[in-house]
Design a protein around this ligand. Structure first.
Ligand code: FE
Length: 345
């Protein structure tokens, strides 16, 4: 078995492959590491057949859908998962075959209602059901402390104590543990009585994860994150550095249109020299009248350099093939002490 753990901050994902057939499964991949998984699979000579999420993540963006499409792999989740893009839905007792490997599926609701644990002959991927020295929280949507108690004490903890434990999170740099060690030492598992365990879980006061609503929205629907939209747009256009832009504006480069896509008020107050204003929200509707020359060099900028990326991509789609975005927004422009004009100078 080829077994690779990929760490990104406190999030752990896994690439598990069959040595003989080179078939593989990716578990809990994260969107920010998309290229790393693709490169790792290539490096190890593996072909991912499945992309599996142990549950609907609330704290990071799942790469399952993207990877499934890119790799031609099936997206695998619990039968209880809300995500509509799941190809194969699992239930407890199912075995997922990956080459010569056999992954035994356990349904372990509690952290979420769609939590799974994945058992291999010598180890178990515990998702957020069991962590090293802890358990997943139960206070996020579909969480249930009593259900987690049942999943642990009537399920997972009854497996062979020698099994290695590989969780979906660890914030202290540890790679794995064993079930036996957790049963003996994990503070939360010392409260084996249901009511005491539930009380303990309900008394935890944990901060809400960053990006909670966006993560649940995109992971449950297969929609895109804002970051993803901007990253895709930035791959479809080119940029101009602030220094080059300043030179081109100063020299009044022929057919250069400097386009400010911020709101009118911001534009009126302070802007790049010779800039014109079409707010992002009006761009498509006013393009014909404001930008009659499709061959013009259009330099787009906004306040922080993100909206301008989307706007420049939109212009390219409309046929303005020389539209570029300023690398850095108006904010950075002024911080660099580059020239501006406007009502308050
Ligand atoms: Fe989680």
């Amino acid at each position: 078995m080829i077994f690779e753990q990929v760490r990104s901050g406190g999030c752990l994902s896994y690439l598990i492959g069959c040595e003989e057939t080179r078939a593989a499964v990716l578990v809990d991949p994260e969107l920010g590491l998309l290229d790393r998984y693709l490169a790792l699979a290539t490096e190890k000579g593996l072909r991912a057949r499945y992309v599996l999420d142990t549950h609907t993540h609330a704290d990071h963006f799942s790469a399952s859908r993207e990877l499934g499409q890119k790799l031609g792999a099936h997206v695998v989740m619990s039968r209880r998962s809300a995500a509509p893009y799941v190809d194969l839905r699992l239930e407890g007792g199912d075995t997922l075959i990956v080459g010569k490997l056999r992954l035994r599926i356990h349904e372990t609701p509690g952290h979420t209602d769609d939590s799974l644990c994945v058992e291999l002959p010598d180890r178990v991927l515990t998702g957020d059901t069991l962590l090293i020295g802890g358990t997943g929280r139960t206070d996020l949507p579909t969480g249930d402390a009593a259900a987690l108690h049942g999943s642990l004490f009537d399920g997972l903890l009854r497996l062979d104590p020698r099994l290695l434990v590989y969780p979906a999170h660890d914030y202290k740099g540890r790679t794995h543990s064993t079930l036996g060690t957790e049963i003996a030492e994990n503070p939360r598992l010392q409260r084996s009585e249901r009511a005491a365990f539930v009380e303990l879980m309900q008394s935890l006061d944990i901060a809400m994860p960053q990006h909670l609503t966006e993560a649940l929205r995109t992971n449950r629907t297969g929609g895109k994150t804002v970051q993803q939209l901007i990253a895709e747009a930035s791959r479809a256009i080119t940029f101009v550095s602030m220094r080059d832009a300043a030179t081109q504006i100063e020299q009044a480069a022929p057919s250069l249109v400097v386009l400010d896509v911020r709101e009118r008020e911001a534009f009126r107050t302070k802007r790049l020299p010779s800039a014109r204003n079409v707010p992002r929200g009006e761009l498509e509707l006013r393009a014909n009248q404001e930008l009659p020359d499709p061959t013009a060099r259009i330099l787009v900028y906004c306040q922080f350099g993100k909206i301008s990326t989307l706007a420049a991509q939109t212009l390219r789609v409309l046929g303005y093939t020389r539209a570029v975005a300023l690398d850095g927004g108006f904010e950075a422009w002024t911080q660099h002490g580059l020239p501006t004009e406007g009502e308050s100078r």
